[in-house]
Design a protein around this ligand. Structure first.
Ligand code: GAP
Length: 468
């Protein structure tokens, strides 16, 4: 029911009101574009990460995990190409002195395909030709575009000199490549196999924004899948299917709001010969944007770019030896790379619903898939001042909590408790009433249909298990 352009505002407001996402360092006036996950947001994020790990690592025999350091030897970033190529075109508005990403402003006006591959020196003229105004002051008075490296620099140790300079990793992927040999030598892996990692990455984005969509500190969920070069086409297709499955079946995202988009040649990163983005139709709708599809995941054929660069820069032999044929080669890599915070934003937007009820009131409900909902079951005593109801409800709660993410709620009337649980997306609420004391049954209310059913306490776990 929410209009597309105010949906985003409503989601952001619900996130704050209900403890999903707070503005960062708020009591000090905040820090621009930083966000903190509150209790329900942290829970939801953990559930998304666990579901990802289960789908791509635990449920397969050809995947292993890794948790590498954020700070890496700076040579890593020379080898990976980030020192030289990981930059965006920065453009200043001469009128109001604000800074913007030239290519993104153009993309919003003429579309990603027409913008892809545009040279730095062409950006200024293109913005003037397309009459792209400054988003802050509305004037068209652009300076020439400059390159701006996105890596955050810091110093390791107590002396601030260039030899101590290190970067906060801009992607988790390189932690995987530099550990490829360690994993080959210590684990019983055979090509084809993949290494997965979830962790923080940092990019000094010129124009962060759209809530948790583009931030300077974010989490990635990345896989580097190593395969024989002549098999990579099939492997790529397999990962395309698995990625789609993750979003639609595991997280329950509506298929209509998702698409795969192939990068044309000009858009490809320096390391890739083929890339698809999984995109979601976000309700950003800002300015005169031609589209609001935003990247959730990249799926790239990285060839042997990274391993061969690390061989060159480290002087180490990183080749794989086939145990059957003794053939030695650098495997090629298919990389599904997911943004965790963007996935979370997608889950939040996709789940948000406003439903008009018979009495003309509107209920807000987060229709999370039960398996990832922050709270799966809420338990209420009908009245909080009736000892026998509270005692019975506590008993049930204690037991239910062992199997489901559960919450106790005894404040306000039951109707208000339902509304609150709807807003945090709890799929089932259990009410213990006076009949419970007689018939050992409780009322289970379904979030989506709002229907209520009497269920025997002894059958409750099985009943809920079947629904999750
Ligand atoms: N290792 C490949 C790589 O990092 P990428 O397309 O630059 O590829 C992968 O990033 C994913 O990380 C993106 O699809 C996006 O979901 C997420 N991501 C990238 N930059 C981000 C940012 N500034 N804020 C939030 N998520 C971001």
């Amino acid at each position: 029911m929410a209009e597309k352009n105010d949906l985003m505002e409503k989601v952001v407001s619900l996130c704050k009101r209900r403890g999903f996402v707070f503005p960062g360092s708020e009591i000090y006036g905040g820090l621009a574009n930083t966000w903190d996950y509150g209790p329900y947001g942290a829970e939801l994020k953990k559930n998304v990460k666990n579901a990802w790990w289960k789908h791509f690592v635990d449920d397969r025999d050809d995947m292993v995990g890794l948790d590498a350091a954020i700070l890496m030897n700076p040579k890593t970033w020379e080898a990976s190409g980030h020192v030289n190529s990981f930059s965006d075109p920065l453009i200043d508005c001469k009128k109001c002195k604000t800074r913007h990403r030239g290519d993104k402003l153009l993309e919003e006006k003429i579309g990603v395909e027409k913008t892809a591959g545009i040279e730095l020196k062409e950006i200024h003229n293109a913005l003037e030709k397309e009459q792209v105004p400054c988003p802050d002051c509305g004037k068209i008075d652009w300076a020439e575009a400059k390159t701006f490296n996105l890596m955050f620099k810091t110093h390791q140790g107590v002396v601030e000199e260039s030899t101590t300079e290190v970067y906060l990793r801009p992607e988790t992927a390189q932690g995987i490549f530099v550990n490829f040999k360690n994993i080959l030598d210590s684990c019983r892996v055979k090509v084809p196999f993949g290494i997965a990692q979830i962790g923080k990455a940092f990019r000094n984005e010129i124009t962060p924004g759209n809530f948790i969509f583009r931030t300077r500190e974010f989490e990635q969920m990345e896989i580097e899948y190593f395969c024989k070069p002549d098999t990579k086409k099939e492997v790529f297709e397999e990962w395309k299917d698995l990625s789609k499955q993750f979003f639609t079946e595991v997280l329950g995202i509506k298929t209509d709001n998702l698409r795969f988009r192939e990068h044309d040649e000009k858009e490809l990163s320096h390391y890739s010969s083929m890339t698809f983005d999984v995109e979601y139709r976000f309700p950003f709708g800002k300015r005169d944007a031609v589209e609001t599809w935003g990247e959730l995941q990249g799926l790239a054929d990285r060839g042997d770019f990274d391993l061969s660069q690390h061989e060159k820069f480290s002087g180490k032999d990183l080749k794989y030896q086939d145990p059957h044929t003794n053939e030695r080669y650098l495997p090629h890599v298919i990389e599904p790379s997911f943004g965790c915070d963007r996935t979370l934003l997608t889950v939040l937007i996709d789940a948000f619903d406003e439903e008009k009820l018979e009495d003309d009131s509107v209920r807000t409900v987060m229709r999370f898939k039960p398996s990832i909902a922050p709270i799966q079951v809420a338990v209420f005593p009908l009245l909080k001042n009736k000892e026998e109801l509270v005692g019975k409800a506590r008993e049930i709660y204690k037991d239910i909590k062992k199997s489901f993410r559960s919450e106790w709620d005894d404040s306000g009337n039951v109707g208000k408790r339902y509304r609150r649980q709807d807003e945090i997306g709890t799929p089932y609420c259990i009410t213990v009433d006076f009949d419970t004391l007689e018939d050992e049954s409780v009322t289970v209310r379904d979030r989506d249909s709002m229907e209520q059913e009497r269920v025997k306490i002894g059958e409750l776990k099985e009943y809920l298990m079947a629904k999750m």
